[in-house]
Design a protein around this ligand. Structure first.
Ligand SMILES: C[S@@+](CC[C@H](N)C(=O)[O-])C[C@H]1O[C@@H](n2cnc3c(N)ncnc32)[C@H](O)[C@@H]1O
Length: 481
């Protein structure tokens, strides 16, 4: 914090409240961070809910907070906490359609009986469809292997032309069946799994109630990831090791029902808490680039809590790649295959500055770091600049939406590029000044729970490993003008 800051009373109260907390308070090492609807669907770099819960609790002691925003909402952790804390309105934006689906499902409290009834009906329908297609499900892998003489683990043949082979399979049997068709579907799914997923999708599409349908779609999305040929521990698209694929035999229907059953219980506990509130929270979820927020009214937000990306999707967390197979199966909001493939390019830091860049960003810390990276690798410096240029625009547009004296909590990780540690916490403080933001306090936290690539080789020397991120900061800013 700079010495010139004039602390208002609320700042001082908040700082003393924070300073009273033990050093490891923000680590939440032993907590179940997947309770309530927080446990519905995985997402990369989720911000564990106790962070936003505690920040909201602390701020509420000193300010009357009615509106909350998370402009990089991801899977909606902050929004769920906003709903639970009784906000009048919560706003979230994200360019990833899967993030919007998950967030809208996690924040909409659906009655247990209503979901249970719909899911029971779905399972009856599913069992009947499975019985109809049983012989096909059990013979398709053999058809591809033995009649078409194809290797179902190969990239070419089945891997690149799966829809054509499946069409032939159904035509031979004189059966009308809608074959899903997207690039490399055969590379990512076994023949039997494609038919099973399509049967589940057809059954889901028969449901009329949009809220229930979306709730079930989220379980379907998780099933798609789980039964695909992807390595599930990775957010990027890596396939299960080739030698393991021939024995890979996921039980698609059981996995789907297991996930659905778990999600129903999570929703029940969320519903029970929401039901105790006097008034429902209005939730607004927008498909917007945070650099140009247009739907949220200016000067309307009391509190912002967010965790933005750590860097561009290509070299840090690829949210689009994580979501790809789910989105290809979901047919959400009529999102085209091209826009699914392009998600990562459109997220922060997606613009490439191959021919250099002119840095006019108001951060001495960033300027010095960019200078050092440029000396080693001009193109990487361009990538880093691209990310902070977008971040700067986001800070500007977010601040425009906020009321005077409102607080912004930025949960950020400092990563290392070309051995240069990028102090995003300081860069945000510096960039914020020109938009009327004053730095109030910064909390440091370890991130034991976060699923993140903890090591890579930013210097690109084979075998060299440098820890990219060991801790995070929670940067607290207040809009003073
Ligand atoms: C770290 S994640 C947020 C995770 C979230 N806190 C949670 O708990 O799930 C960052 C999110 O920012 C989104 N994002 C990146 N660039 C964006 C942009 N320019 N506009 C809107 N959303 C963006 C990504 O799609 C991603 O979902």
């Amino acid at each position: 914090m700079t010495g010139s800051n004039k602390l208002i009373a609320a700042d001082q109260h908040i700082i003393s409240e924070l300073e009273k907390l033990p050093m490891d308070y923000w680590d939440f090492k032993n907590e179940d961070t997947r309770e309530l609807t927080h446990g519905i669907h995985t997402y990369p770099a989720v911000m564990v809910y106790p962070i936003s819960r505690n920040l909201i609790r602390i701020i509420k002691q000193y300010q009357d907070i009615k509106t909350l925003m998370d402009p990089f909402m991801g899977s909606g952790t902050v929004l769920v906490e906003g709903v639970l804390s009784g906000m009048e309105k919560v706003y979230g934006t994200d360019l990833n359609p899967l993030a919007r689906l998950i967030s809208s499902v996690k924040t909409k409290h659906l009655h247990y009986d209503e979901i249970k009834q719909a899911v029971e009906a779905l399972i009856i329908e599913l069992n009947s469809q499975y019985a109809n297609y049983d012989q096909l499900i059990n013979s398709v892998d053999d058809f591809i292997r033995n009649e078409k003489k194809l290797d179902i683990t190969a990239k070419d043949g089945w891997g690149s032309n799966a829809p054509d082979y499946l069409k032939e399979f159904f035509e031979n049997k004189n059966i009308q069946f809608d074959i899903p068709d997207f690039k490399n579907i055969g590379y990512w799914f076994l023949p039997k799994v494609i038919i099973e997923l399509q049967i589940i999708k057809i059954c889901i599409n028969k449901i009329n109630d949009e809220n229930i349908k979306n709730f079930i779609r989220v379980a379907f999305s998780e099933t798609v990831r789980l039964v695909s040929n992807r390595r599930n521990s990775e957010f990027k698209m890596f396939r299960i090791a080739l030698e393991k694929l021939p024995k890979y035999n996921p039980d698609t229907k059981s996995e789907f029902i297991k996930i659905l059953t778990r999600n129903i219980e999570k929703m029940k506990s969320f519903y029970d808490l929401c039901d105790k509130k006097e008034k429902d929270t209005e939730v607004f979820i927008y498909d917007e680039d945070t650099r140009y927020l247009t739907n949220i009214p200016d000067n309307s937000i009391d509190l912002m809590v967010t965790s933005p990306p750590y860097g561009d999707s290509r070299t840090t967390v690829a949210y689009g790649e994580f979501s790809r197979v789910s989105l290809q199966w979901l047919d959400l909001y009529e999102v085209s295959n091209k826009s699914i493939m392009d998600i990562d390019k459109n997220l922060m830091g997606g613009t490439k500055f191959k021919k250099g860049f002119e840095n006019s960003l108001q951060s001495p810390t960033l300027k010095a770091a960019l200078g050092r990276i440029s000396e080693i690798d001009q193109e990487r410096a361009g990538d880093v600049y691209s990310f902070y240029k977008d971040l700067d625009e986001c800070i500007k547009s977010i601040t425009q939406k906020m009321k005077i004296n409102s607080y912004q909590f930025w949960v950020v990780g400092n990563r290392t590029v070309k051995l240069e540690n990028l102090k995003t916490n300081e860069i945000i403080e510096e960039l914020g000044q020109q938009y009327g933001l004053e730095a109030v306090y910064t909390i440091g936290r370890n991130i034991p729970n976060k699923v993140m690539p903890s090591q890579n080789s930013p210097s690109n020397v084979t075998g060299e490993k440098v820890t990219t991120m060991t801790n995070e900061h929670i940067v607290i800013l207040r809009k003073v003008r």
